[in-house]
Write a protein that binds this ligand. Structure first.
Ligand SMILES: C[S@@+](CC[C@H](N)C(=O)[O-])C[C@H]1O[C@@H](n2cnc3c(N)ncnc32)[C@H](O)[C@@H]1O
Length: 206
């Protein structure tokens, strides 16, 4: 297929686990925070819309995170590749994909979805936006509200940190936020057994 990807983050870290996990969860209503060029979103379209219609909400500023700005990535090109790649993926599957592209900061967008009455709407929420701990905590709390009981919340980059900066601020990574969220919500979550680079949690109750 004529995909335009310039990075292989999804394929190199998550895809092998998702090959096992996604057919078991078999979600229909999906929310992704952080889409970039659409690698994870295209994977979900190809795996799921081969057998049934799906809804996929993709939230991104398409401005990059702090780490992207420092690497001076051309984010207009990234967004154009997202549009192209999702077009290719949707054209290739048998069933309709209702793609809702929401461009903006995840805190504002997720709060708007809640205000529209979408609490408990999603079967699958994937958090892969900002990697700053305070932002990840906000995405986790709002994403949890948007997830239905029984649905699965996935955090990317649980073990990610900035290799190049030895003395970097320890809050410039997702792990402290994911740990804080998992601790505070432990009565409402079941952590799924899976390789640890990502963290997978099933929602047990509101
Ligand atoms: C690691 S990339 C996502 C990768 C994508 N899931 C994939 O598999 O290829 C992180 C994305 O989060 C976006 N982002 C960073 N901070 C954000 C925020 N506060 N709100 C919304 N999106 C944000 C960036 O623009 C970037 O595109």
């Amino acid at each position: 297929m004529d995909f335009h990807f310039t990075v292989d983050w999804f394929q190199s870290t998550a895809q092998a686990t998702w090959d096992q996990l996604i057919p078991q969860i078999d979600p229909t209503r999906l929310l992704e925070v952080g889409s970039y060029e659409g690698a994870s979103a295209c994977y979900l379209v190809q795996r799921l819309a081969a057998t049934k219609p799906i809804e996929l909400y993709c939230v991104d500023t398409w401005e990059g995170g702090i780490e992207h700005q420092e690497a001076t990535i051309g984010m207009a090109g990234v967004e154009a590749r997202f549009d192209h790649n999702l077009g290719v993926a949707r054209a290739a599957v048998a069933h309709p994909v209702e793609l809702v592209k929401l461009k903006g900061r995840s805190d504002l967008v997720l709060a708007s979805l809640l205000a529209e009455g979408k609490a408990g709407h999603f079967d699958f929420v994937y958090i892969d936006g900002s990697h700053q701990a305070p932002d990840v905590l906000c995405d986790a709390v709002l994403g949890f509200r948007l997830l239905r009981v029984g649905g699965v919340l996935v955090f990317d980059d649980y073990l990610w940190h900035e290799h190049a900066i030895p003395d970097s601020d320890p809050l410039r990574c997702p792990k402290p936020a994911i740990d804080a969220f998992a601790n505070l919500y432990f009565r409402k979550l079941s952590i799924l057994r899976a390789p640890l680079y990502q963290l997978y949690a099933q929602k047990l109750s509101d």
